[in-house]
Design a protein around this ligand. Structure first.
Ligand code: G3P
Ligand code: CA
Length: 231
């Protein structure tokens, strides 16, 4: 079965990385939901993609220079607050898998400790473009699953994932070729793609037999899979 992953919740339908967006993805029936995590001034874990709040909220400034209280006072779209990672995880636990992308090194240990404190090891996947952080996650807790993010496919990406004990490679969809899918599977890795948002691109990914497809429009992907008898 191809897994359906809502990117930043269901970012094509609701304000990205908000609880509203995560809930929308859940209501649509995704298997997994992806969010981005950073740290505030003071070290709290907050869900936001960019290093500043400027694009996605009505505020200004660097996330790492703002306190949790300051961040929470901002409008992240449709009156939503930026969620803490704990809020997001408390919602997804028991419902769907939470895919947590580490955007900053400082988030690594607090993320592992939070997941452990909620006994959610089996209900998360931790990802990053900074693969050394995934190695650190494995050192801290070997029960945690990780996925190594790639934009380009240059060199031996499978080996780079295996070196940090990741169970999957997550690759920008336009750079995925049949050979890479075959190789990942042969070497015991899952392959997930990010983030086709139209049906034609999604069809190509389904045809490549990837294991999971992340998208800002999980509604389109789920309808497509249903029409193909794959849901
Ligand atoms: O899941 C991968 C994808 O989220 C990586 O890109 O920039 O959306 O965090 P970005
Ligand atoms: Ca992300």
């Amino acid at each position: 079965m191809v897994r359906v992953i809502g990117h930043r919740g269901a970012a094509g339908l609701e304000p990205e990385n908000t609880l509203r967006s995560i809930k929308k993805a859940n209501d649509l029936g995704v298997d997994q939901v992806e969010i981005d995590v950073r740290t505030t001034r003071g070290g709290h874990l907050i869900v936001i993609h960019d290093e500043t709040v400027d694009r996605t909220t009505n505020g200004h400034g660097y996330v790492k220079e703002l306190t949790l209280r300051e961040l929470r006072s901002l409008d992240a779209g449709k009156g939503e607050h930026m969620p803490t990672l704990e809020e997001a995880l408390r919602f997804t636990q028991g419902r769907l898998i939470l895919q947590i992308e580490l955007k900053v090194k400082e988030a690594t240990e607090p993320v592992v400790h939070l997941v452990e404190s909620l006994n959610a090891e089996k209900e998360v996947v931790i990802t990053s473009f900074m693969h050394d952080l995934l190695g650190r996650v494995h050192e801290l807790n070997t029960n945690l699953r990780t996925g190594a993010l790639f934009f380009d496919v240059q060199g031996d990406v499978c080996q780079r994932a295996l070196d940090v004990h990741s169970k999957a490679i997550h690759v920008y969809y336009r750079n995925v070729k049949p050979k890479l899918v075959e190789e990942a599977h042969r070497r015991g890795l899952k392959i997930q793609v990010w983030n086709p948002d139209d049906a034609e691109e999604m069809m190509r990914m389904i045809g490549l037999s990837v294991d999971g497809i992340g998208t800002n429009r999980p509604d389109i992907l789920l309808n497509l899979l249903k029409s193909m008898g794959m849901r």
